[in-house]
Design a protein around this ligand. Structure first.
Ligand SMILES: Nc1ncnc2c1ncn2[C@@H]1O[C@H](COP(=O)(O)OP(=O)(O)O)[C@@H](O)[C@H]1O
Ligand SMILES: [Mg+2]
Length: 344
């Protein structure tokens, strides 16, 4: 990516809005790798009269806002992703589930080459980095509590204003039927994975998945999508949301943390979620199977023969996933008694 050229195009794209938002400074990549999105940081400097005279918004005395530029894929899925993430950030602004403020949204890929969202850069570091660097039990308990709080707050909100039709459709068997239809469609590409049998198992247990109260699901709530600042304030990133059952989110988070090799943290998160919610979660094991198969069918295409990743990156990704795949297989075996070889 040519970052200087991107910065020029962003400046043009912001046009007159730069008077209010600020002029973008040098861009720095925050991610690289396997995702279809790219995330960059930059400072937005509001031109002060003096600096404007010198045509230098980034003069030392110009006030600046730390910002993040998120670029999505330049196809229809990317445009929908950008629009969906924007809707969530807008909906949750000012709620108990803190999110970065949106500064600008552009859905037309022609403007910057890809649809983009410009937002405030949340202060702090990843929740995992804060947790990992603490060796105090009390502090770790407080961190688990502040990790869980925004998720409980999200699930306490009425989903209807964000997705009225989706909320009606998810109630009862709707949410599970749509999850299972998605799995059924995607598993067809992996006939040797053994996941077809696991999807059959889920189908037989679909009564466990019935949804009494549809909520806004984050769908990728994990310790690297949650930032925590020095005051312990947390901010939730990366909204690829849907309306569905709250237990899917909890199961996704717990299965992901367990797959990363942190079974004790996963158990603490579940326990704290139930404590804050004030009620136990029923059939979470079935949701963990659902979330694990969903995750497997998201990652297997990047590993298989039709992978879109260049060969070098595919090998890196494969190496990165060896242990998580082994643990995912183990989780499925423990919950369903089925041993899926996960062959692509
Ligand atoms: N608004 C933001 N403030 C601070 N950091 C951010 C912000 N948005 C993204 N990041 C950083 O970039 C990383 C990737 O962004 P994210 O939205 O999670 O995209 P993806 O995981 O799809 O690449 C985050 O984990 C976080 O470290
Ligand atoms: Mg992320």
């Amino acid at each position: 990516m040519d970052l200087d050229r991107l910065r020029e195009r962003l400046t043009v794209a912001l046009g007159e809005r730069a008077e209010r938002l600020g002029v973008p400074g040098p861009l720095e990549e925050l991610t690289g790798g396997w995702a279809s999105t790219s995330v960059l940081a930059c400072a937005l400097a509001v031109p002060v009269p003096d600096a404007r005279a010198h045509l230098d918004a980034h003069a030392a005395d110009a006030p600046s806002t730390p910002a993040v530029l998120k670029l999505y894929a330049a196809d229809r899925a990317g445009v929908e992703h950008a629009a969906r993430e924007h809707r969530a950030l807008d909906f949750l602004r000012g709620s108990a589930c803190r999110v970065p403020a949106v500064l600008a949204l552009e859905l037309d890929p022609a403007v910057l080459g890809r649809p983009f969202l410009l937002m405030e850069r949340a202060p702090g570091r990843s929740w995992w980095s804060a947790y990992e660097s603490s060796d105090d039990d009390g502090e770790r308990r407080r961190l688990v509590s502040s990790f869980v709080r925004p998720l409980v707050a999200l699930h306490a909100l009425d989903a209807h204003p964000l997705g009225p039709a989706a909320t009606a459709a998810a109630r009862g068997r709707g949410a599970a039927d749509s999850e299972l239809a998605g799995l059924q469609r995607d598993v067809a590409a992996f006939p040797r994975s053994g996941l077809g049998d696991v999807v059959g198992w889920l189908h037989a247990h679909r009564a466990d998945l019935a949804c009494e109260r549809p909520v806004v699901q984050h769908r990728d709530y994990h310790p690297w999508n949650v930032l925590v600042d020095d005051d312990g304030e947390v901010c939730v990133l990366d909204w690829d949301w849907r309306v569905g059952d709250a237990r899917f989110d909890v199961a996704w988070t717990c299965a992901l943390v367990e797959r990363s090799g942190h079974g004790a943290v996963s158990a603490a998160v579940r326990e704290e979620y139930e404590r804050q919610r004030g009620a136990p979660l029923h059939h979470l094991g079935t949701f963990e199977v659902l979330a694990t198969v969903r995750w497997l069918l998201n990652v297997l295409p990047a590993l298989g023969p039709r992978s879109q990743l260049p060969p070098g990156k595919r090998e890196d990704f494969r190496g990165f996933l060896v242990e998580p795949l082994r643990r995912a297989r183990e989780l499925l075996r423990a919950r369903t008694d089925l041993d899926a070889p996960l062959t692509t």
